[in-house]
Design a protein around this ligand. Structure first.
Ligand code: ADP
Ligand code: MG
Length: 346
């Protein structure tokens, strides 16, 4: 499909600002399909045309990452995560440096979080994915994956089997039963890389949200005011949509929650973040949000904190400079890290 069909722009002017030399308008744009979600961009430009140029740039960059990090679809002339998985136990695959960087970042994430986030858990996550999809299609006959099956898959989640040959730019999964799943990291990591190249190109003062993975750059308007970003209430039945509104400059906000993707078995819901220790959906919280500059790190940490007890997560967050978090427990009570309150909009 051509990009013009795939890309749906909703451009609206909401505000006109004047500065000494040039007049800047505020614009919003959005497009669908990349990372299976909605991307939204808010920024300032001299004209709709100039803003369009900016959103085209963001779109094209994001699309490149989307294709490389896709584990479900193949694209002509591109070796991506799906190709690597398809060739597990068979042969090394030549890949773009952007894949090697993501994999290295993911291995660091595994180590930094004590294994709470593990991209080599693809075989376990695939089983949950299949049972979830079946349960959504046919709710009356939904079932849980047998623990035996999960444990069998879990025997094939060892990073030692992932061979990254940087000199030859190849990746090889030695274990034919191991699969990669970069779903917990790729969106945030790609967002961060795209933002970095936009900054390099000279773009400034914008907000990029890839399916709720929010990255702010600079501030709003003439006086560079902070961007106001809400933290979604995990209780989707509540009339209160946001728990807090944060005021962010050069920061990312990423949340992981049990309300995003789930299915129901005998009246109980099972969501999509799997605790590597129990191989079951993690039950510590209904949502965890992380705020820090790097949107890749925020994506890693929100998923990882979701998988660990509050005390352990707090210790991890407090050990990292410039990183804050909000934990929401199933009884709707909340706890947050030391500097979180300073980020709440006054
Ligand atoms: P989302 O992408 O839905 O906003 P997350 O960033 O928390 O939320 O990522 C969830 C996805 O990460 C799951 O759909 C699955 O593909 C993957 N995943 C689930 N549990 C783990 C885990 N323990 N380690 C690594 N990846 C995981
Ligand atoms: Mg994540």
């Amino acid at each position: 499909m051509k990009k013009t069909i795939l890309t749906i722009y909703l451009i609206l002017t909401t505000l006109i600002l004047s500065s000494c030399s040039k007049k800047l308008n505020k614009y919003e744009g959005s497009f669908l399909f990349l990372f299976d979600t909605v991307t939204q961009i808010v920024g300032y430009a001299e004209s709709e045309e100039a803003f369009r140029e900016f959103t085209d740039f963001i779109h094209d960059e994001l699309e490149t990452y989307h294709r490389l990090y896709d584990k479900y679809n193949s694209y002509e002339g591109i070796n991506n995560i799906k190709t690597i998985n398809d060739k597990a136990g068979k042969e090394p695959i030549k890949v773009d440096q952007k894949i090697i960087e993501l994999l290295k970042f993911s291995i660091d994430a595994y180590e930094q979080t004590g294994g709470a986030i593990n991209i080599s858990m693809g075989s376990v996550l695939e089983i949950w994915h299949d049972y979830r999809e079946q349960g959504i299609d046919d709710p009356l006959n939904s079932t849980l994956p047998p623990m035996e099956l999960l444990e069998e898959a879990n025997a094939h989640t060892n990073f030692d089997s992932l061979i990254i040959d940087e000199a030859n730019s190849t990746v090889f999964i030695q274990d034919s039963n191991m699969r990669l799943d970069v779903g917990a990291i790729a969106k945030g990591y790609a967002t961060e890389q795209v933002v970095k190249s936009a900054i390099e190109k000279g773009y400034t003062d914008f907000l990029l949200s890839v399916g709720g993975n929010v990255r702010t750059v600079g501030g709003k308007g003439k006086d560079k005011a902070p961007w106001n970003v809400g933290i979604q209430n995990p209780d989707v039945t509540s009339s209160q949509y946001s728990l807090y509104t944060l005021a962010l400059i050069d920061l990312s906000l990423v949340s992981s929650g049990n309300y995003e993707r789930y299915y129901t078995v005998e009246g109980k819901t099972y969501h999509h973040i799997i605790d590597p220790n129990t191989l079951m959906p993690s039950e510590y919280f209904t949502s965890v949000s992380v705020i820090c500059e790097d949107s890749g790190l925020a994506d890693v940490l929100s998923t990882a904190l979701f998988n660990m007890p509050y005390e352990e997560g707090l210790e991890l967050i407090e050990s990292l400079d410039g990183t804050e978090a909000l934990w929401v427990f199933s009884d709707a009570s909340m706890k947050y890290s030391e500097g979180f309150e300073d980020l709440i909009k006054k």
